[in-house]
Design a protein around this ligand. Sequence first.
Ligand code: ZN
Length: 344
Amino acid sequence: MKKIIIIVIILLIIIIGGIVIYMTNNDNKLKKLGYNDKEIKEISRLSSNEIDIILNNDYTDKLIDIVTNGNYQDKNLKDYLAYANNHKKANINDVINIVNKGLTDYKYSPLLGDLITQKYFIQENLERYLKYGGKNAEKVISEVNSNLDYPYYENVKEADTSKDNLIIVNKYYNLTSDYEPSDLVTLTSTYSFGTNNKMRKEAADAFMEMADAAKLDNIIIRNASAYRSYTYQETLYNNYVQRDGKESADTYSARAGYSEHQTGLATDINEVSEAFENTDAFRWLNDNADKYGFILRYPKNKENLTGYKYEPWHYRYVGKDIAKTIKDENITYEEYYAYYIDHK
Ligand SMILES: [Zn+2]
């Protein structure tokens, strides 16, 4: 019995002694690397794995900021240290975010750090953001997501008609000359005037529901121009070019194939005039259009993103949920499409 107790005590001494030697050994090594007592105390809280990594790296004055950062992930410690050491100007939040996103191949810049924390950041657009450049990351992302790093009518892709109600048509996505929606229906004179009175079925139903609801508030809403064929748009645009010149016409009229009206999902309401903004009908639409799935497609102060001047009369059907998101987040359809549809 005595023997066993002695053996246990000896074993305990060996184990404790071993731990003490191991710990003081680490402490000494850390001290040699340049860490002070306060830092060593903080480091000693880490796992032996993490401590090994620290011991195998040069001293960094940013270490404690790294391991105490809210987004710190222990599996990335090695990469944080390497990136911080290679990019001394990078602040720690940026280092953590860049490594967490696996972007260590990118050279540090404050823009890179800002870009990756933005809501509408799309990783596969990163090269384009950086090339586009600028100081305001939010602006860079809005503009590049809207394809503004390319001139209008260049780098054009065919619009994806399989997206149905969510199709985008603008100065970067066009429709072929033979595209005509298969489910166009005609709005009656209660809901429309003029000859461009067709919309796709779901959009037409939503439009009539909206007009009926407006009527209950003594507001008259009627379509002035909805579906327009490729050839119709071609004539329209050419007439504008003859009258005002191409440069001017491009700010307010779409070239054939580039008009949202060819989708059968757009409607110009009541009067095609900026004065429409000052009507009760406009104010009603501003408050209610999203409830019926419509968005103001070419808003004020977003002209560069949409490629069109402010058009208070032009509404686009996208469905209720998406219309609400676009309104709540105060973004254009270009921004919505890039972030929520094209890259998800
Ligand atoms: Zn329009």
